[in-house]
Design a protein around this ligand. Structure first.
Ligand code: FMN
Length: 260
């Protein structure tokens, strides 16, 4: 059986998913699940046994001939399919960094753009992840698309995006997020929640709604330029498909299959 079906072209969804990702609800399936209260009662919490949780993957496979010529185009196909399936925040990805001593750390961020030069996310340049990237530009990205029995794993190097690119994205953010970027010294220790809320209120008074908010000097984007991109498709009996694009010296890509 052949793998993923060819994506319909000209690709409405693929096109919608390509380029800047603006987080509006709509065809990208970004509706939010209801918030969970901290004291929400849960029955049988003590009986939850992770060892007994076993999902069977029955999706069709991913074959070499199904793949696009390059990993960014292949990513676009899977990204559009993930969004079309209504997965919540399909642009959420786990970024792993490591400090100069090789100690790793991971966290979720949102992909905000991608093209043939890389995957872009925005953050605070004083944060732990940004400090680690300054010491060691090698990073890994992971898109955990579990409901589709898929994951995409990128390895590559991160570099700051140009200030104009950051400014263009920052201007598109809601006012509250712009204020939040000014108010929070991300990853530093806070004395209390009240201190954080007060910093927000002070900043909001400085930049009233309706007036342009400048980009905070410590805030901006990173572009991860891929060296390898693995497309993982869950299959029956744990015999999954793993196809990995590897960048070649001439700037092209070769594909290799990995054992599951
Ligand atoms: C779904 C989700 C999306 C997030 N998106 C971002 C993001 O785009 N940028 C960011 O700096 N932090 C984002 N965060 C918060 C990060 O996971 C993390 O707490 C923060 O960046 C500080 O990480 P660090 O101290 O390791 O640098 C997000 C968290 C979640 C759960």
């Amino acid at each position: 059986m052949s793998g993923t079906r060819p994506f319909p072209r000209p690709g409405g969804l693929e096109r919608a998913a390509r380029g800047r990702l603006d987080g509006r609800a709509g065809p990208l399936g970004l509706s939010r699940p209801p918030p969970v209260r901290q004291d929400e009662p849960v029955s049988h919490a003590d009986d939850l046994d992770p060892a007994a949780m076993r999902a069977q993957y029955q999706s069709t496979g991913l074959a070499e001939e199904d793949l696009a010529a390059g990993p960014y185009e292949q990513f676009g196909r899977w990204f559009a399919q993930t969004a079309a399936n209504g997965l919540h925040e399909p642009n959420a990805m786990i970024v792993s960094t490591a400090d100069a001593a090789g100690r790793p750390s991971s966290r979720t961020v949102l992909l905000k753009a991608y093209d043939d030069s890389g995957f872009v996310f925005y953050t605070n340049y004083g944060s732990r992840k940004a400090r680690e990237i300054a010491e060691n530009a090698h990073v890994s990205l992971l898109f955990p698309w579990h409901p589709m029995a898929r994951q995409v794993i990128v390895t590559g190097t991160a570099a700051r995006v140009a200030p104009e690119e950051t400014a263009a994205y920052f201007r598109s953010r809601p006012h509250g997020s712009q204020i939040g970027a000014w108010a929070s010294a991300q990853s530093t220790v806070a004395a209390s929640r009240a201190e954080i809320d007060e910093a927000y209120e002070r900043t909001a008074a400085r930049f009233p709604e309706g007036e342009p908010v400048p980009v905070p000097p410590q805030w901006g984007g990173f572009r991860v330029s891929a060296e390898t991109v693995e497309f993982w498709q869950g299959r029956e009996h744990r015999l999954h498909d793993r196809l990995r694009y590897v960048r070649t010296e001439d700037g092209g890509w070769r594909v290799e299959r990995l054992c599951p």
